[in-house]
Design a binder for this molecule. Structure first.
Ligand SMILES: *Cc1c(COP(=O)(O)O)cnc(C)c1O
Length: 217
């Protein structure tokens, strides 16, 4: 689907929800996509991209950044502490802050480097064993802990279970964010970003709807 179709749908969803135009940031998820497709979206003027692996991001984005100004890169996948420094140097936002050890590492590195990307705390709203994220019951405590470490927590992120109604998970995430005084909500992907916008998403992460199906590697 052309990028302009997605941005049109986002604008319509913003209007329908009574939200300000431009209040939702579209993160174009370029993981595993052929470079020529990513380049085409850059050529169209889009500048906000998401990757889920530090290694993969490091392989393609320095080159693109040298050629296209104003790129913002969001890390949306799990982050190991030993990749944290590289992630912080490469990315403008990290959406997968999900455990105390990672928060402590980010805080230490932020002191050392003198800056820190915007952070989103990932919440495992479906309480799925195999999925990353802090459990909903532990979210308030963890957000407080991140704030104690002076980390710039912008909001919360979730990936709903595949088989469940995403709206329930988006509403839960919005509720946890609200009671913690956070207004950033990273939620909604190709199949459900309009629902997420209706429930307050500030950042939608859309991959296959823009670039086409990912070819498995
Ligand atoms: C891949 C990915 C997306 C994009 O998924 P699509 O269904 O292709 O839009 C969004 N969020 C995360 C965390 C992802 O890993």
């Amino acid at each position: 689907m052309p990028l302009s179709d997605i941005t049109t749908r986002i604008a319509a969803a913003e209007a329908k929800a009574g939200r300000a135009p431009g209040s939702v940031t579209l993160i174009a998820v370029s993981k595993v996509q052929p470079l020529d497709r990513v380049e085409a979206v850059l050529e169209e003027g889009h500048r906000v991209f998401g990757e889920n692996r530090v290694q993969e991001a490091a392989g393609k984005w320095p080159d693109f950044r040298a050629r296209f100004e104003g790129v913002a890169l969001h890390l949306i996948g799990p982050l190991q502490t030993n990749k944290a420094r590289q992630a912080m140097e490469l990315c403008d936002a990290i959406h997968s802050v999900d455990r105390p050890k990672l928060a402590a590492t980010l805080a230490r590195l932020a002191d050392e480097i003198g800056q820190c990307p915007e952070l989103f705390v990932q919440v495992n709203t479906g309480e799925e064993q195999q999925k990353a994220g802090i459990l909903p019951a532990d979210a308030d405590g963890f957000v407080a802990e991140c704030r104690m470490l002076n980390l710039p927590v912008r909001g919360l992120m979730c990936i709903p279970p595949v088989e469940e109604e995403p709206a329930l998970h988006f509403a839960l995430l919005a509720k946890i964010a609200e009671r913690n005084g956070l207004d950033g909500l990273s939620m909604g992907m190709s199949s459900d970003f309009e629902t997420a916008i209706a429930l307050g998403a500030t950042h939608v992460r859309v991959g296959s709807a823009i670039f086409g199906e990912r070819v498995p590697i």
